[in-house]
Design a protein around this ligand. Sequence first.
Ligand code: GUN
Length: 282
Amino acid sequence: MAFVIDGKKISTEIKDETKEKVAQLKAQGKEISLAVVQVGDNPASCVYVRNKKKACEYVGIKSVSHELPEETTEAELLDLIDKLNNDDSINGILVQLPLPAHMDENKVIDAISPYKDVDGFHLMNVGALSTGQQGFISCTPYGIIQLLKRSNIDIAGKHCVVIGRSNIVGKPMSMLLLRENGTVTIVHSKTQNMKEITKQADILVVAIGKPKFVDDTYVKEGAVVIDVGINRDENNKICGDVDYDKVFDKVSAITPVPGGVGPMTIAMLMNNCLEAATKIQK
Ligand code: GUN
């Protein structure tokens, strides 16, 4: 029987803490603004962007929408980013990914001022995380650290295995777990003996993007399992990268899908917007 880590509850706690600090700033006459840029109308992006704007409204952050057509050129997008970088009334800039195929995603991300890069994707912020310096931390892995800490799960000295090596989750997750003094192993699609490694994990973070990929044969008795996946199963029901029912009786704690990692990403985005207006120094 596992302890179910309630991401919805913990994300609400974080948003409420942020909301209080945002209100204090407002009382001093400082309003926080997030520019939300979406190019095209990818259906998943529309849902994410809508939820991000809703969270802004909840915590009292002003969201300023820029909805650009699919045919927007890279130069036009870079021009908008330049304007937002130089606009003192904008604290954070979020460009929703993926971008249309005719744009160079890395070029666009690195055009965002690192001091307004609330996603933590800019090279300078990635470098800061890798070298233990202050910067914005990518929201999903940052949210996972909060889930563990607020559930009183120790990371220091634990063997943490991360399945997946994406720039958004796997790589920054590994860096954060290392920063928390975990012993970190990354496995991925080309790893030859994946199960042998994942079965050693005290904390297993799964971000591989394959529905119900991890079953009980991948996990050690008593492990903590964090499921980053959002997929549809054979019945079109939302499911994670972990076969929840199969691992539930073997593990000590697990995040559900939905209601685990998902809500944390947006809560940490709100936290990063607050940091953009207060902590991050140019
Ligand atoms: N697309 C999928 N996840 C994210 C995210 O966290 N930030 C942005 N900007 N785009 C995404």
